[in-house]
Design a protein around this ligand. Structure first.
Ligand code: MN3
Length: 200
């Protein structure tokens, strides 16, 4: 199977002012595209060629000889979801069933936001902050570089890219401000709820 770069699910200027057209042009057209192109090249002749992206991610994780494949497959998968984890005028009301579960497992929506922000702020260097479903319970996690919950056998419900390429144009070094805007103005909670419904 040859992987392709999916189109953004909205216009390049649709997430402003919280994520600019310039950021989306670089992040989607350059960074995400490079992961896809490089992955296709690295898979030529590999025993993982022809597999679904999820299988490439789990099949290459932890194998030193497949580190390059994992890095690009992980990032391809992460970004396929990342564009859908945001929407114009996002960050509003959380669908009822998911909101109840967040209240149950974190104590409150604010406590969830605090935990998610902490995961993103304390990820040293490049990586991701996550809301995951782990053994029936919602929790947060952070991962370095291309790693994701899928590689660790957990279900990702929401992820925020905290690589500098995701926020440096709009927020410079202010990663906490970027995470605040992501949670309050960008998250597509309907997509998170859909992943939760599929997993629970
Ligand atoms: Mn990225």
């Amino acid at each position: 199977m040859t992987f392709t770069l999916p189109d953004l699910p909205y216009a390049y200027d649709a997430l402003g002012p919280y994520m600019s057209q310039e950021t989306l042009e670089f992040h989607h057209d350059k960074h995400h595209n490079t992961y896809v192109v490089t992955l296709n090249k690295l898979l030529e002749g590999s025993d993982l060629a022809g597999k679904e992206l999820e299988e490439v991610v789990t099949g290459s994780f932890g194998d030193a000889s497949k580190q390059g494949i994992f890095n690009n497959a992980g990032q391809a998968w992460n970004h396929n979801h990342f564009w859908n984890w945001m929407k114009p005028n996002g960050g509003g009301a959380i669908p009822g069933e998911l909101e109840s579960k967040i209240n149950e497992d974190f104590g409150s929506v604010d406590a969830f936001k605090e935990a998610f922000t902490q995961a993103g702020v304390t990820q040293f260097g490049s990586g991701w902050a996550w809301l995951i479903l782990d053994n029936g319970k919602l929790t947060t996690m952070k991962t370095p570089n291309a790693e994701n919950p899928l590689a660790h056998g957990k279900t990702a419900l929401l992820g925020c890219d905290v690589w500098e390429h995701s926020y440096y144009i709009d927020y410079r070094n202010a990663r906490p401000k970027y995470l605040e805007a992501f949670l309050n103005n960008l998250v597509n909670w309907e997509y998170v709820a859909e992943l939760y419904a599929n997993a629970s």
